[in-house]
Structures are given as C-alpha cells and as structure tokens.
Design a protein around this ligand. Structure first.
Ligand code: GDD
Ligand code: MN
Length: 391
C-alpha cells in the first residue's frame, strides 16, 4: 500500500484561480496558507513523498503547506524535500546544518510559518493525518489555542508502541501531571496543532534540545493556553526506524528538571558535572601512570594528569553533553585547546576560592566543596560561551 503511494509521488496541485489579478501581482500577493504542517525529519527519505501525498488528500479544501525541517540527514531527505518543493510550492523545506534535535527542529519550522495555524507531526506516517481537518475546525471555532491529538482518550489502541515503551509512556505521563501540573492525557504526544501567534511568545522560553516539545509548550503556557484534546490511534511507522527509543528517558529527565527548577538547573549542567566526576577517575589513573613511569617531580605529574583529565572531560562533553553541537575536525582541536585554557583558570579559581573559605573558618570539606562548585560553574559557563558557542 505504502509502496503504491510512493510510486505516484508529486501529484500536480490544483491551483486556485484568482481571475482579477495579472500574473505578476498574483505571485507577489499570494498570501500565506491557513495551515503549515511541520514535519521534523531525520532519515525519512522514503516517507516524505507518502506524507505529502497523504496530506494533500486529507487537507483537500483547506489552504495548507508542509514545512519539512531536516537536520541534514545522511539519506538525503533534504534534497528530496527540495525536489518536491520545486514541483509543488506547498512543499517547503529547511535544511539545518550542524544541529540535531527534534524540539529545535519543530520550533524552527513553526517560526518559519506565516500561516494562521501550525501543526507538528511525525514524518513517518505514525500520526493519523485525517485528524488534521478536525483540528483546524476546532481552532477555527476560536475557543481553543492548542489542539492535542491524544493516544490515551477513550481507551484507544495503539499499534506503534512496544510494551516497554507503552509502560514508560504511561508512567511519565502520570509524573508530568503531578509535578508539572500539565493537565493533558498525553503530554508526550508528537502530534498537535496551535495558533501560530501563540508560538512567538513561547518560543524564546522553549528548550531546543530533546523531544518533548508539546510538554514544553503546555508547561510553559499552562496559565494562558486553552487546550482541547482529540483522540487518535498511534500507528506503525511506514519506513525506517524510530530515532527516539534510547534517548526518550534522558530527554524526559532533562525537561522535568528544567521546568521544576524554573530553568535554574539545566540538564546540560548536570551532564557536565557527571562527566567532571568521571574526570576524577581519569586524573587518578593518569597520575598513577606518570608516577609509575618515574616522571620527575610531583608538581609536573599532577599538572600533566590535570591536563589529561581536562582532555578526557572535553571528549565526553563533546560527545554527550553537547552532542547536538558536536565539534569535529579543526573545530574539535581548537575547542580542546580553548577548553584546556578555560578549565585551567577554573582549577586556579577553585583553589583560590577554597583557600578563601578555609581561611574564614568553616571545615575543610565545606571549603573544598565550595571550590569545586565554583570551578564547575566557571568551567561550564565559560566553555558554553567560548567552546560550544551556540549553547
Ligand atoms: N529534524 C529532526 N532532528 N527530526 C528528528 C530528529 C532530529 O534530531 N529526531 C527525530 N526526528 C523526527 C523523525 O524523523 C520523525 O519524523 C519525528 O521526528 C519523530 O521521531 P520518531 O523517531 O518517529 O519518534 P517516535 O515515533 O519513536 O516517537 C513518537 O512518540 C513520542 C512519544 O512517545 C513521536 O511522535 C515523538 O514526537 C513523541 O514524543
Ligand atoms: Mn515516529
């Protein structure tokens, strides 16, 4: 079935005639459509033509466009999307370079729209596009700002979920409702539609990392947004595989932490500190090795071990803490040098602050902890600004 649809891609679009306008005016005055459907994509090449085909059928009678926001997928999704757009102006696309992340892609796609309404859905066919017309109808009534397609109303059966994933989803939903006071049956849904003007206010406060874009929107706008939920059945993917499985829990933890602490503690900072803790192990191992090799002088041994530990931290922060802005090639080398310098200053300020606290009287461990926290905050803040600049 999917294969059949795939074969008849890029069906020519019937254009609405505007008889009173001459062609030049027609092209400059064509207003934005009523609805933009944002399809975040990573390696969805085989699914995109099917999605466009399905959207044009489901949205017959509605003025719509689709915006495919692709993070430079290796399978060439972006080129394919642009090709479809060349034949059909309802198909727009954004190719993001050097960035990864579902939430950020959704925000960027929504901001690129001038439509009255924007929808977000998976690009893999898991979300029932026939619900879109009902969602538009709901928003047109004017008493709703956000329509959520929920997998958990009316005991809907979902075929797109493994048993473990279903359990995790239920559990995290309960947690969100209690902790974040977001009153949705399905705050993790990736399928929703909202008024475009709402996004301008919310966007600066939304996290660009992670997957839980709806939860973020609902939690950030919980005092102002009027929300309606509609049921749908979460289907199976057409082609390819899920990108989320391994990282869903991590992502959830991140958003929960950020929202609960009013953005005071970022998940990035927690990861940065965890990497720093493993750095202590790297430090001690290097020190033992240098000692064993008979490198002259403890001062020199300790200095080299410190540099090794900083390099270790750099590699792991670059791979995990900043995996969405990972540095490669020369940028990686440059980053390493800058990180070494930043953290050396961090180490000096750590000792300075600790000595100061110690001199003031409290116990050795309060002084030590104070110094370590000071060092960590310094390293984190400064490296975010000068090493991974886009943070
Ligand atoms: N641009 C971009 N960048 N798109 C991404 C990225 C990314 O880093 N990661 C995933 N996507 C795209 C996928 O290509 C897909 O179109 C959509 O985002 C959702 O990713 P899937 O890999 O299909 O996720 P899922 O089906 O396992 O998860 C679904 O359920 C979750 C709730 O449990 C999605 O609907 C999620 O949005 C939802 O939170
Ligand atoms: Mn999916």
């Amino acid at each position: 079935m999917a294969q059949q649809i795939l074969e008849k891609t890029a069906v020519p679009t019937p254009r609405v005639e505007a008889p009173t306008l001459v062609p030049a005016q027609q092209s400059t005055l064509a207003p934005a459509p009523e609805l933009s459907v944002i399809l975040p994509s990573f390696n969805e090449r085989a699914n995109i033509p099917v999605m466009v085909e399905r959207l044009s059928r489901a949205l017959d009678g509605i003025d719509w466009e689709v915006i495919i926001v692709d993070d430079n997928s290796p399978d060439g999704t972006a080129a394919l999307a642009r090709g479809l757009g060349a034949q059909d102006r309802r198909v727009r696309s954004i190719r993001r370079i050097g960035r990864r992340g579902l939430a950020g892609a959704c925000v960027e796609g929504m901001l690129a729209s001038s439509a009255r309404y924007v929808a977000v859905m998976d690009a893999d066919g898991q979300h029932d596009e026939t619900l879109l017309a009902a969602m538009v109808a709901k928003l047109r009534q004017g008493d709703t700002d956000l329509v959520v397609a929920s997998r958990y109303i009316d005991g809907t059966i979902n075929t797109g979920f493994s048993a473990a994933r279903a359990k995790a989803s239920h559990w995290s939903t309960a947690l969100t409702r209690t902790l974040l006071k977001v009153n949705l049956t399905d705050p993790m849904s990736g399928f929703f539609m909202l008024r475009r003007d709402v996004i301008d206010d919310l966007a600066p406060k939304l996290s660009t990392q992670g997957f839980k874009i709806l939860l973020d929107i609902a939690a950030t706008g919980r005092d102002t947004l009027r929300v309606t939920e509609l049921p749908f059945v979460f289907g199976a993917r057409l082609h390819g595989e899920s990108k989320l499985d391994a990282r869903v829990a991590l992502d959830f933890g991140q958003l929960l932490l950020a929202k609960l602490t009013n953005d005071a503690i970022s998940y990035r900072f927690v990861l940065f500190c965890l990497v720093g803790l493993t750095g202590i192990g790297a430090h001690m191992t290097a020190l033992a090795a240098l000692h064993g090799l008979g490198v002259p002088g403890f001062g020199l041994q300790q200095t080299i071990a410190t540099m090794v530990a900083i390099a270790w931290n750099y590699v792991f922060n670059n791979a995990y803490t900043y995996r969405d802005q990972r540095l490669t090639g020369w940028a990686f080398v440059r980053g390493l040098i800058v990180f070494e310098l930043v953290c050396s200053v961090g180490a000096i300020s750590n000792v300075g602050v600790a000595s100061l606290i110690y001199a003031g009287g409290p116990s050795w461990w309060i002084a030590g902890l104070g110094g370590a926290v000071m060092g960590a905050v310094w390293n984190y803040t400064v490296s975010a600004a000068v090493v991974w600049k886009a943070a």
